[in-house]
Design a protein around this ligand. Sequence first.
Ligand code: CA
Length: 272
Amino acid sequence: MLFPVVFSQSSFPSSNSRGGVTLDSSPLVCGQSGPGATGPLGPPGEDGPDGRDGRRGAKGGKSGSPGNQGKPGVKGRKGAIGKTGPAGPGGPRGAPGQTGKRGAKGESGDEGEPGAPGGCNCGPSARSAFSVALTKSSPTEHRPIHFRHILLNEGNHYNASTGKFVCVIPGVYYFSYDVTVGQRHLALGLVHNDQFKTRTFDTNSGNYDVASGSVVVQLQRSDEVWLQVYNSGHNGLFFDPFWADSTFTGFLLYADNDYLTAAERKANKNST
Ligand SMILES: [Ca+2]
């Protein structure tokens, strides 16, 4: 007896499903001998061993041409200020500048100390004069005669203690002497720096007489002039306080120009 067996498709898994049972969709008919139906597919076999390495491939093509130059990069930031360097050597001296304008007049300074006394107290108008008289008869011979009675001594250039006139103002001078002679002869001379300039000799026996002399002399500063008896025993110079004088006189005629110029300059300097 035969019993058709029909399997609905829905009772078996799809042939596509691995591991499941797959039946042919066509209807199966029993009743015939022969090979059995195809069994379900077995599970997949294991992976085979790795194959051998392939041969080395052919070498690649030539190197490509260089690429184009790239664009300039972005400008960098400004660096920090460096340290100050050492001072350099001094440069050459420059040309002098132009003279500036004259400044305003300053205030007057303090008054200065008085200056030292000058060489004379005569000032710009140089003055020197003296007239002196004898106070004793027959003075010492061969020595300057001392005329001790001062009639005038402008500038004190006649020194009564030495009997000498000492020149302070260089220039031309006039000297004269008028003397009384008593009882004896007189040999009287005028001396300039130890040299007789003039001599006067008066002969006189037993009475009174007068003698005189005069001379103009160029004197330098510190020159000396005096009267002196030049011959021993001829010393008839006479003096009486009541009626007889003997005088010696001298004065400046004019001073040297150099002295006057210097004195004027000094006077102007002191007055400013
Ligand atoms: Ca005489």
